[in-house]
Design a protein around this ligand. Sequence first.
Ligand code: ACO
Length: 311
Amino acid sequence: AAERLLAAFDATIARHDRIEPRDWMPDAYRKTLVRQIAQHAHSEIIGMQPEGEWIGRAPSLRRKAILLAKVQDEAGHGLYLYSACETLGVSRTELTELLLAGRQKYSSIFNYPTPSYADVGTIGWLVDGAAICNQVPLCRTSYGPYGRAMIRICKEESFHQRQGYELLMTMMRGTDAQRAMVQESVDRFWWPALMMFGPPDAESTNSERSMAWGVKRNSNDELRQKFVDMSVPQAKALGVTLPDPELRWNDERGHHDFGSPDWDEFAAVVRGDGPCNAQRISHRRTAHEDGAWVREAATAFADRSAKAGAR
Ligand code: ACO
């Protein structure tokens, strides 16, 4: 019977069809999905912090409304993803505890500070741009609830990317000081954005397995290249320089060549030693503790409603 189940699973994957929560799946497939989807969900929630810091300091009501909507979208993305993960038999409470205990990761990018308002635009352009590059193929991932969550997330991410680009474009049409702020911000975020795609393929421990299962559709290096190729003309239109002296078009390859990110820095950030790791987790822990009464009230209300319904 076990062989028949595995054969049915393999056949679904080979057809590029979807695995659904009630279908049988190998334990390792379930584990890989929980790892990736939880890490993705945590990234959305922790990712609210760097930009959230600017909500109270946005330069106009219009900019504040846009930023507020964007940060709320990130919370929504986290919730769709936690829900997708719950279909695999783990609860959001468990996942949150694993994050706070440092046993599950979140994206390296959110451990960098946002000292300048231009960072709001750069995060939209480069960070959300990289997220789209990575996430559009995930709409075709083999696990149904994850792929369906990604469709809506990608639509919202496109809006985020455009609002960032529009903000930077506006600043680039402003004063010299504003243009300098944009360039300084791009200089800080370019390399960390390239690191979002994960380690080089040769060091990516999960890629081969995840690609064979259709969890990932492209390798880390393929997506990084796609992002560089996409960003170069956008940087040109914006009038900023990307801080990589090795960046140039390679006619033979039909792609841009580019320098290598500092992988030691990446390893340190993933290990917990980035500029803002401690601050991000501490803030998340405080928010979780401060929210305890809301969860208790909601649970009590749900219990009471269920009892009233049963009567
Ligand atoms: N930040 C933190 N950890 C990372 C990062 C990163 N940018 N990239 C890779 N890692 C971790 C992996 O989680 C893995 O550790 P683990 O085995 O303990 O989980 C290790 O480094 C080795 O990497 P890979 O084997 O390449 O891992 P994987 O196959 O999972 O690929 C990737 C990494 C590309 C990030 C993949 O998990 C993915 O596509 N995830 C979904 C997208 C996502 O999480 N986006 C979040 C940021 S975008 C946003 O929220 C706006």
